[in-house]
Design a protein around this ligand. Structure first.
Ligand code: ZN
Ligand code: ZN
Length: 320
């Protein structure tokens, strides 16, 4: 499904329109971040569950695996078979709910090896339970339509990590940053370095010094955000409790400012229908650099400082 372009004036601050209706060619060694899902557990027709695709010259890695991730990959002409590795920030359902879908459709796309999955302590037991639940389905599919080689794509390859370096993956170095998403422990953000660029993903967290430190001088900070007053349905005390394990719209600009990041992208937007203009105003009170209220299928070319929006428009991000 093609997305309608989102209203740019309300979504992007400090941008200069370069071209519209064209796709920019990518530099040979670009680092790109594509927002596959910018939403939260609240279902949204425009913001799917949290997932970001990071691509380098040789790498295609996923950060989180929220609802709709394979449909968003399909919109880019990709399948689970092309993903090199999956990194999980934490085990809340909105970040992991489509792992089975990613694996089984990767198998359907002729993936010939297990997908390396990196997650916090608890990931292995969680996924073993998931795969056990689906075992009859696997057996049926393999017996009916597959062969032994195909079945490798359905094997688990899980590595659990703690705070610090996870390793190098196809030219990208990934470091886990422990964050404060209590009562859930552990939870992480990631620093991804490669192609001469630094990108930090906050994961789900209340304001955490470790993220600010890791993001010092980063080219791009992808940070979650919540607007408590806009949260639907719940009584105010519950909304406040939920907001308290996230980062409010009047806090995230302070983090970007203190870290001195080149660009801030707001992601994991709660609620997903939050007013974009109000969000930008909240952030602009503290941070004067370029701010993107991320939309599904928008791509930041971190190397060139470009933003490609749904529909093909390309905009230059002023450096903060
Ligand atoms: Zn979440
Ligand atoms: Zn969470």
């Amino acid at each position: 499904m093609a997305l309608s372009p989102q209203p740019l004036t309300a979504s992007v601050l400090a941008l200069l329109v370069l071209t519209a209706g064209q796709h920019a060619s990518q530099p040979a060694s670009a680092l790109n971040v594509t927002f596959l899902g910018t939403g939260v557990p609240i279902p949204s027709p425009t913001r799917f569950g949290p997932s970001s695709l990071v691509r380098g010259a040789n790498a295609t890695i996923l950060i989180d695996c929220g609802s709709g991730v394979t449909q968003r990959l399909a919109a880019l002409g990709l399948t689970g078979a092309q993903v090199n590795a999956l990194f999980l920030t934490h085990l809340h359902a909105d970040h992991v709910v489509d792992i089975f879908q990613l694996l089984v459709t990767g198998w359907g796309a002729r993936r010939d090896r297990p997908l390396p999955i990196y997650g916090p302590v608890g990931t292995r037991a969680f996924l073993e339970g998931q795969m056990h639940a689906w075992q009859p389905e696997f057996d049926h599919r393999i017996d009916y339509a597959g062969d032994a080689r195909d079945a490798l794509a359905l094997d688990l390859n899980v590595t659990e990590f703690g705070n610090g370096s996870i390793g190098a993956f196809y030219g990208l170095e990934v470091t886990a940053i422990e964050v404060d998403h209590r009562p859930l422990v552990p939870a992480y953000g990631f620093l991804v370095q490669g192609e001469g660029q630094r990108v930090v993903f906050s994961g789900d967290t209340r304001p955490t010094a470790a993220i600010t430190t890791a993001a010092k001088g980063a080219d791009l900070l992808v940070h979650e955000v919540v607007i408590p007053a806009a949260l639907p349905r719940w009584p105010s005390e519950a909304a406040e409790r939920i907001a308290a394990w996230h980062t409010r719209s009047d806090e995230v600009g302070k983090i970007a400012h203190e870290a001195g990041v080149g660009c801030l992208a707001l992601n994991h937007i709660a609620p997903p229908n939050a007013d974009r203009g109000s969000l930008l105003l909240d952030v602009a009170a503290d941070y004067g650099g370029p701010v993107v209220v991320a939309e599904d299928l928008w791509t930041v070319d971190v190397s060139r400082g470009w933003l490609t929006v749904a529909g093909g428009g390309v905009l230059a991000l002023g450096r903060g």
